[in-house]
Design a protein around this ligand. Sequence first.
Ligand SMILES: *[C@@H]1O[C@H](CO)[C@@H](O)[C@H](O)[C@H]1NC(C)=O
Ligand SMILES: *[C@@H]1O[C@H](CO)[C@@H](O)[C@H](O)[C@H]1NC(C)=O
Length: 318
Amino acid sequence: MSAAMCAFILTLSSALGPTVVSGVLAAPTHVRLTSYDMNLVLMWDSPEGPASSIVYTTEYKSSVSDSFDKVGCVNISNLECDLTAIFQYGKYTGRVRAQSGTESSAWMKSNQITLDKDTVISSPDVSLSSSGAAIEVSIKDPVFMISALREVYHSATYNITYWQHGQREKARSKSNIQQNRVILSDLDPWTKYCVQVQIIIVGRNPSKPSAAVCDSTTRAEEAPWVAAVVTFGIVAMAVALVVVAVLYRKHISHFLCPKVALPQHFKEYLLAPPNSYMYLAMRNSHPPDEIYNQVSVIADGRTREEPLDSCSKQPDAT
Ligand SMILES: *[C@@H]1O[C@H](CO)[C@@H](O)[C@H](O)[C@H]1NC(C)=O
Ligand SMILES: *[C@@H]1O[C@H](CO)[C@@H](O)[C@H](O)[C@H]1NC(C)=O
């Protein structure tokens, strides 16, 4: 191998970083500090090349300290370490090194994360309940590993996007919503709508949008005044009927019970005891003994054989 070639390889090696040059143990690669819902996790890939029984040790620091003064995980074999801090704000950096037996790799630093600014906020949980031609949207904030969304971001608001199923391009949205129960009332009856919610925070990325959830409206509810007018109308009619009934009770009773008597032979026919076998059998049979709860029957004052012509005052003999 020529000297030039050797020089070239050396240059290339140093350009590729200390891991190649050090020659001891290759360092972990692709080291990154990630944060979802205010957690803090350091992740990395295993070093290139064959290596057995590698363990990793991590450390991290906040921006105010010069050195990596906080120990994360020690001698772990998996490729991530949960460093979820008890501090909400601040910048953090992590580092990791590999160890195998007595050999150690160099430390590999991660990116820096500003927790409240960079943490990825999951989508809110959205549920719908339709009532008539309106749909109520209930929103639940994602659960944070430390603190709560509303404590970290006082300015968080919801952006509610909704559209008729299949017409996403005509979506409407309500933004700057602070309450977590919202009624969408400008909807058509008997129509399926889909809703998606995103948490908007001034000065940083919004949350992931929720999955679209859909529900159908039913019939349009009458406006309250319509119900009031209808109720008033019914009450007024009832009162009028009672007044008329009281004022004209004589006329009404004459109308219902005309003086005209039924022809005598017709009356006799109607009042003759029935002679069907079935009827007689039913009348004369004794009911079988059965266990019943006692039931009180309040007679309405009319026996079976009472005249059909209930207006006539004299009781007919049975
Ligand atoms: C981690 O492993 C190294 C050797 O690989 C050992 O010297 C050290 O004591 C271990 N530390 C802990 C906390 O187990
Ligand atoms: C709300 O979401 C809709 C649809 O994604 C978008 O067009 C609109 O700009 C958003 N509004 C705000 C205030 O973010």
